[in-house]
Design a protein around this ligand. Structure first.
Ligand SMILES: Nc1nc2c(ncn2[C@@H]2O[C@H](COP(=O)(O)OP(=O)(O)O)[C@@H](O)[C@H]2O)c(=O)[nH]1
Ligand SMILES: [Mg+2]
Length: 300
């Protein structure tokens, strides 16, 4: 769908639609596109296409609801990128959720404060990451399903002695495991670091009280999803704020398919960033993209 003669409102809705993470958000922007689509004769075909797309999207949402797909036991709808914090009680899980997301959990220094999974959203440079605190291990409220199905597990500990027990509990979890050592109290961080390094562990040392290590944590968390970020731009304009998320190895054709559904509308593609030999390089449909690339399509 080339954006010729579209109002700025339409273009904005389209940009938001393309970057939407999740079907409900997609539906919202698609509705906006339909409202903003020109109503004159020559745009009839385009409007019809949008309506067909809306119908398909609704069907998809319905089947997902029925099959319960994308839902965990607790009725939490799985985000595109989902990380779950697991750990013993009182290690600072709720505090981490509090500092990284919009959720305000109850934080207390008595055991097993958190009794049901809490869900927050992190905005990491335009990427939405769903962060869930599950009730502590060994609490009657602990949720194995959430831990086992998460894409990334943040294993939160205050001392190295907790590690083995937790890893033992998480044998059936298939997500990537990132150890988050919360330096609470009197800890020799250098010792912790050299131990975890010697074990070739995937880890980050943080301190939720003074925010140390939180940026590194967000970056590592994103990397552990194994996804890449692609920004789009229109000719003569700055790049989008929110990236689109893809699996590594995605080609120009793959991105085009997601945006236009039909790559024959593309006249020329330019690339900026890690996969380009120089800024603004013209590339073909088979060109492989890298994390943080910016892609510009010129359409017919
Ligand atoms: N000194 C210190 N206390 C912390 C830190 N993070 C959390 N706490 C405290 O530890 C207690 C338990 O924290 P909470 O986030 O509820 O732990 P949870 O049970 O793992 O969710 C609370 O009193 C927090 O204020 C930290 O980095 N340093
Ligand atoms: Mg808690």
């Amino acid at each position: 769908m080339a954006s010729t003669n579209q109002s700025p409102q339409y273009q904005k809705a389209q940009a938001n639609f393309l970057q939407a993470q999740g079907n409900d958000e997609k539906l919202r922007w698609l509705d906006e596109m339909i409202r903003e689509c020109p109503k004159h004769k020559s745009a009839e075909k385009m409007l019809a296409q949008l309506k067909t797309r809306r119908k398909k999207l609704l069907e998809k949402i319905e089947t997902q609801k029925k099959s319960g797909k994308g839902k965990n036991k607790g009725g939490i709808k799985k985000g595109e990128l989902q990380a779950v914090i697991v750990g013993f009680t009182n290690v600072g899980k709720s505090t981490l959720l509090d500092v990284l997301t919009n959720v305000k959990p109850e934080i207390a220094d008595y055991d097993f404060t958190t009794r049901r999974p809490l869900v927050g959203m992190i905005n990491y440079s335009g990427v939405n990451i769903q962060l869930i605190e599950v009730p502590a291990l060994y609490s009657e409220y602990y949720d194995t399903g959430l831990a086992n199905n998460a894409d990334v597990l943040l294993i939160m500990i205050n001392s190295l002695s907790e590690l083995e027990k937790i890893l033992n509990e998480l044998q059936r979890a298939h997500g990537k495991k990132l150890i988050v050592f919360n330096s609470k109290g009197d800890v020799d961080e250098r010792k912790v670091e050299s131990y975890l390094k010697s074990k070739k562990m995937n880890f980050v040392i943080i301190n939720t009280e003074n925010s140390e290590g939180l940026e590194e944590l967000k970056e590592k968390m994103f990397q552990n999803f194994g996804k890449i970020r692609i920004y789009t731009k229109e000719p003569g304009k700055p790049r989008s704020d929110k990236p689109m998320i893809f699996n590594p190895g995605i080609t120009v054709a793959g991105v085009a398919k997601k945006i236009f559904h039909n790559s024959s509308v593309i006249k020329e593609t330019r690339i900026w960033g890690p996969s380009s030999k120089f800024p603004g390089q013209v590339v073909g449909l088979q060109h492989s993209l890298k994390d943080m690339d910016v892609i510009e399509f010129k359409t017919r």
